[in-house]
Design a protein around this ligand. Sequence first.
Ligand code: SOE
Length: 405
Amino acid sequence: MSTVEKELRVGLVGYAFMGAAHSQAWRTVNRVYDLPARARMAVICGRDESKVADAAGRLGWDEYATDWREVVNRDDIDVIDVCTPGDSHAEITIAALAAGKHVLCEKPLANTVEEARAMVAAAATAQAAGVRAMCGFNYRRVPAVTLMRELVASGRLGVIRHVRAAYLQDWIVDPQFPLVWRLQKDRAGSGALGDIGAHIVDLTQYVTGQRITGVSAVTETFVKERPLSAESSGLAASAGNGSADAVPTGPVTVDDAAVFVARLDGGALGTYEATRFATGRKNALRVEINGSLGSVVFDLERLNELEFYEATGPTTEQGFKRILVTEPEHPYLAAWWPPGHIIGYEHSFTHEMRDFIEAIATGADPSPSFTEALQVQLVLDAVARSAEAGSSWTEVEPALATIAA
Ligand code: SOE
């Protein structure tokens, strides 16, 4: 018997990759978890009417709309889920919070620190009126990652010395891959840095409970000019393209790769790599933490597993063990399948919706809060500034200090 009392009517803005992933999660969450509120997939919103109409039917939404302003101001909507490119996160989120809607905003929170600060301020004002805001760093909710954090927090790893993180993709290795919005600074804010670097910055701060305090970085744009796509054809084509029938091209204005070293406030050293040029690596996210008493390793391509090494007992018997993270006692898993019946990428989003619904219904503060997401944004900003300044050491302000200022 379900204990559901309340319906939360959701409006989702955006219907592409993340819109589809979030839809899947909204559709599943109350079928798996017994929660104090039930999500209703009320309306999906996007500018292109035929595409959003198609998405509404395919993804399971009651209705579609083409104007997000109308959606955020509707009296019958309780939650706004922002899955648009980064250039509209701040505007939609701030309007939705002002209209009293709970907001889930995709990562990275914004395209700039300034926008992120404005979003934090809007969330703080709305929170006083009982409105909740959360940023969608979904990988926190992979059970093995949550377990990793628990192991670090319990002291089993001792003092954390090293944080080693890489997020590797290869989808733009081909120079003929078109100039999509993710390769344009005005739309995406940054490239590999904000899109996938943001995940490893958030994950490592979450898992260790430590904050990155300073960085030294290099970034690179390997392919500087790309063919315009239908999506990017509004951009001015570059001149001097040779023959008259050559495909028009435009400049890539974001980084293809970002590599940096960091210090964390608990004394750990961090190394980070985010790239879209790791040929053969499709979506390879790996985090390794080394402490004085042990180590843990997470690899997204084997997301049901966690490697754990404890430097205890006879040295002849020490070694990394593989924990299969599918027991009902493991985070999030009691509601899914029997042990060994593995889960995947999409489940991280279902877990995200579960936690958000629970926070809204119980009045708890959801995490990652916008302040935590601002902390990530401050790191991204410091990485970009360090790279511009020839890798010079760049301090990262604490988010709380920047809000108070
Ligand atoms: C980019 O390719 C992307 O889809 C990111 O935007 C997601 O956040 C990441 O989870 C997978 O890769």
